[in-house]
Write a new protein. Structure first.
Length: 342
């Protein structure tokens, strides 16, 4: 094969991979009945599921469903994405915006809460709807990032010289395709005070094909120091193919970190979390944060209490090398950083 044909073939393969992740997005499961069907389960309270979904619809990509164990109603991956009647019940102390993010919403599409770093939300959409999500009530409709909004954000950053890092968050920023991300990165790279770019995303976990070579290359060659923080809660989310893809990214020199949320009935045991850290290590990803849940309305059934969380974290420290132990943290409205617990 001549070099030229090899090049064309590589390009074609590329395109196929990229189309795949977008097809996976499009073909996601969007109802409790379809989701339960896909894992050989049924429910006699479908009405309750539908009622919970009115508030925050079901959305689950098929590659994530493929990692669930069929027939197991307590599957830890299923539990993260299936509606629960508990969501519609009032729970004392659980409110819509406990972090008071609305107060830190400096401009549409921007949250500036911690001095040196801002959250930029290029999209309100997510590939997966996590039932425990603390942004499930966020007023995203007011946070659409068009060109004017982006220009305003850049101005805001320039006027606040202590900002040196932009964190792409959301929604899920990797919903944007590689062309849109490239454009956004180019704008940010033009702001000389910025040193770091961080991407917080759950997309690679639910659709591993989102880890395209084009994006890896773009991050690798950026003038900013780039890091990607994935969001993985359970070792079963890290199957062999995802581990292999993440490894490839790590080998290209991209800093990979993970954040998890401590979730009742999903990962609230030291054994599970130790196994998660071990698999992350296999994938070249360092555990960063283990978040305590925020008291967000509709998520009380995932809540763990502090005493239990601290006990789990202590057992984790005993089981793992220090660098594989995530920091146990909680977000507190009005504080200058996340608060380390235990
Ligand atoms: C978590 C978070 C950050 C990033 O904090 P780090 O401790 O640097 O990871 C920035 N802004 C907001 C609003 C956050 O919630
Ligand atoms: S991916 Fe993140 S922002 Fe989106 S629903 Fe899940 S937890 Fe919430």
């Amino acid at each position: 094969m001549s070099e030229q044909t090899a090049g064309v073939q590589a390009l074609t393969l590329h395109t196929i991979t990229e189309d795949n992740w977008q097809a996976d997005l499009r073909d996601s499961i969007r109802s409790a009945s379809a989701l339960l069907n896909a894992v050989n389960l049924s429910a006699d309270d479908l009405g309750e599921h539908e009622r919970a979904a009115l508030e925050f619809p079901i959305r689950v990509p098929l590659p994530f469903v493929a990692r669930m164990i069929p027939g197991d109603p307590h599957d830890p991956l299923l539990r993260q994405v299936i509606t629960d009647r508990a969501e519609t019940l009032p729970a004392a102390g659980f409110t819509e915006d406990p972090l008071e993010e609305a107060n830190a919403n400096a401009l549409p599409g921007l949250i500036h809460k911690y001095k040196s770093r801002v959250l930029l939300m290029p999209t309100s959409a997510c590939a997966v709807h996590c039932r425990y999500c603390f942004r499930r009530h966020f007023p995203y409709a007011d946070n659409r990032l068009d060109e004017t909004a982006l220009a305003n954000i850049i101005n805001y950053i320039k006027q606040n010289s202590e900002i040196n890092e932009v964190i792409l968050s959301g929604g899920d920023p990797l919903i944007l395709d590689d062309i849109a991300l490239d454009k956004l990165m180019t704008v940010l790279e033009g702001v000389t005070q910025l040193k770091r770019l961080r991407i917080h995303t759950r997309l690679p976990v639910v659709i591993p094909a989102r880890l395209t070579d084009v994006l890896a290359e773009r991050l690798q060659t950026s003038s900013l120091n780039t890091a990607m923080v994935i969001h993985c809660n359970h070792p079963a989310e890290l199957d062999a193919s995802l581990i292999q893809r993440l490894r490839q990214w790590r080998n290209r020199g991209i800093t990979l970190l993970n954040q998890s949320v401590l979730l009742s009935g999903v990962n609230d045991s030291a054994e599970t979390l130790a196994q998660l850290s071990e698999r992350l290590d296999d994938a070249g990803v360092l555990p960063y944060y283990l978040h305590l849940t925020d008291p967000v309305a509709g998520t009380a059934h995932f809540h763990t209490d502090d005493t239990q969380a601290i006990g789990i974290h202590r057992a984790l420290r005993a089981a793992l090398p220090g660098y594989l132990v995530p920091r146990l943290v909680r977000e507190i409205a009005g504080e200058t950083s996340k608060r380390v617990v235990s």
